[in-house]
Design a protein around this ligand. Structure first.
Ligand code: PGA
Length: 253
């Protein structure tokens, strides 16, 4: 099964509209000749519209960093799936560990968001990963398994098939401490096998699983060489076009 590598940049709470526009312009240039890799960027909500307009005609996709599951109504501060569709989002990141850690996201709310995204035709980048404490206590696999089961609860195969999963060990996010390719591969393989048991081997073989956590131009090649690592969700290193484009062009390193 050949899975098209998928590299996405998560800008988190960085970049004003003006700064985001500048970064999008630079990325359009530095990534113009890239093929055989799917690329997307996830600016903050306020910059989505502007970035989308700038990226029109390029092969760089647009992702949001979160959504709320209701269609509309009295939910102050939230953004609906239809609003994201309207500004041109293709993807939405759901269940990022920062949402789980700081904003009370649970497997159940992740599940509701995933269902809402599917209903509105947004592809999901579904994030999972253990904390340092959980890893040290030997709970990595049980935590990841619980997150996969909880996040996908009640979802049919056709809803899961277009999804992308992102394994992001919390201890590796923004810390400069990447998982070794072998450590990451071990968990990626576990996740793929789990998807195989929940759905089918055939489907599990098609789903892309990104790695996230301190990905840089220095470590991307080793990660991508692993059989079950199909791309990366990049935080800090996606905030500069030159560095991000090196990661996207990992084959040339
Ligand atoms: P990082 O973030 O690359 O800055 O570690 C990754 C992420 O949170 O998606």
């Amino acid at each position: 099964m050949v899975r098209l590598p998928f590299i996405a940049g998560n800008w988190k709470m960085n970049k004003t509209v003006e700064e985001a526009l500048e970064l999008a312009k630079q990325m359009k240039v530095s990534l113009a000749k890239v093929d055989s890799v799917e690329v997307a960027v996830a600016p903050p909500f306020t910059a989505l519209f502007t970035v989308r307009r700038e990226l029109e005609g390029s092969r760089i996709g647009l992702a949001a960093q979160n959504l709320f599951w209701e269609d509309k109504g009295a939910f102050t501060g939230e953004i609906s799936p239809a609003m994201l569709k309207e500004v041109g989002c293709h993807y939405v990141i759901i269940g990022h560990s920062e949402r789980r850690q700081y904003f009370g996201e649970t497997d159940e709310t992740v599940n509701r968001r995933i269902k809402a995204a599917f209903k509105h035709g947004l592809k999901v980048i579904f994030c999972i990963g253990e904390t340092l404490k959980e890893r040290e206590e030997g709970k990595t696999f049980s935590v990841v398994e619980r997150q996969v089961e909880g996040g996908l609860k009640g979802l049919k195969a056709e809803e899961v098939r277009p999804m992308v999963l992102a394994y992001e060990p919390v201890w590796a996010i923004g810390t400069g401490k990447t998982a070794t390719p072998e450590q990451a591969e071990e968990v990626h393989r576990f996740i793929r096998n789990k998807l195989g048991r929940l759905y089918s081997q055939e489907m599990a073989g098609e789903i892309r699983i990104q790695y996230g956590g301190s990905v840089t131009p220095e470590n991307i090649k080793g990660l991508m060489a692993q059989e079950d690592i199909d791309g990366a969700l990049v935080g800090g290193a996606s905030l500069q076009a030159e560095i991000f484009s090196k990661i996207v062009r990992f084959r040339e390193i």
